[in-house]
Design a protein around this ligand. Structure first.
Ligand SMILES: *Cc1c(COP(=O)(O)O)cnc(C)c1O
Length: 214
């Protein structure tokens, strides 16, 4: 289904991040040969192992929960970290980005689902990070938007409501803190089962895995 998803996202001017977790290097190479460059992994060790065996111009996205002690190993090259879910993690990324001599783009991951298991910030916690960011004189992190995962449910009304909530968070932050910052523009939401709904609700970047390999 890769070509279908690619065509659909391109038609809607939405970036497709191909989620390649658990897939083989050969599977990823096939996507690469079909033109895909944005690849997402949720575990650092797996990402590093695959990166070594794949073309250097792949743009790697870290989409899963990230432990602070793993940041150092991805800081030199990571294209976008979708999963900033604490001030501590933000600060670690800033420190490691400085050491690596580059600026790292990140998204603030919001908790929008009704399940207790998902990681993510509430609005107040996000404000804490942004406040730190705004007052920091040595910024090696660029906050380029927000990310969220909807509940694991078949209930489309529920999913739509959660995506809409994330879009509202984005709009509020944009207006309050990033009105003059054109880099703050990404809303990473939508997976295999709900990416079309996410796009209807304002997604700019979908993270699609299993569907691509069907
Ligand atoms: C696995 C994963 C995806 C993709 O899920 P699919 O249902 O396979 O499309 C998207 N985002 C995150 C954070 C993931 O861990």
């Amino acid at each position: 289904m890769f070509n279908d998803v690619k065509t659909y996202t391109e038609a809607h001017h939405v970036r497709l991040v191909a989620v390649t977790k658990t897939r083989s290097v050969d599977d990823i190479l096939k996507l690469y040969q079909a033109g895909q460059r944005d690849m997402g992994e949720n575990r650092v060790q797996e990402l590093l192992a695959k990166k070594e065996q794949l073309p250097a111009d792949i743009q790697w996205h870290l989409i899963g929960h990230l432990q602070s002690n793993k940041v150092k190993s991805i800081a030199p090259f990571i294209h976008l970290i979708h999963s900033v879910d604490s001030l501590e993690l933000y600060q670690t990324i800033n420190k490691e980005a400085k050491k690596a001599g580059r600026v790292i783009d990140v998204l603030l991951q919001f908790y929008i689902a009704t399940e207790e298991t998902k990681f993510g910030l509430d609005y107040r916690e996000a404000l804490e990070i942004i406040s730190f960011h705004k007052n920091n004189t040595e910024n090696f992190v660029r906050i380029v938007g927000v990310m969220g995962m909807a509940s694991l449910t078949e209930n489309e009304t529920q999913i739509r409501k959660e995506f809409s909530k994330l879009k509202t968070y984005f709009d509020q932050l944009k207006e309050q803190f990033f009105a003059n910052d054109s880099n703050f523009r990404e809303i990473s939401m939508g997976m295999s089962s709900d990416y079309k709904t996410a796009i209807e609700e304002g997604s700019t970047m979908v993270r699609v895995g299993s569907l691509l390999f069907r």
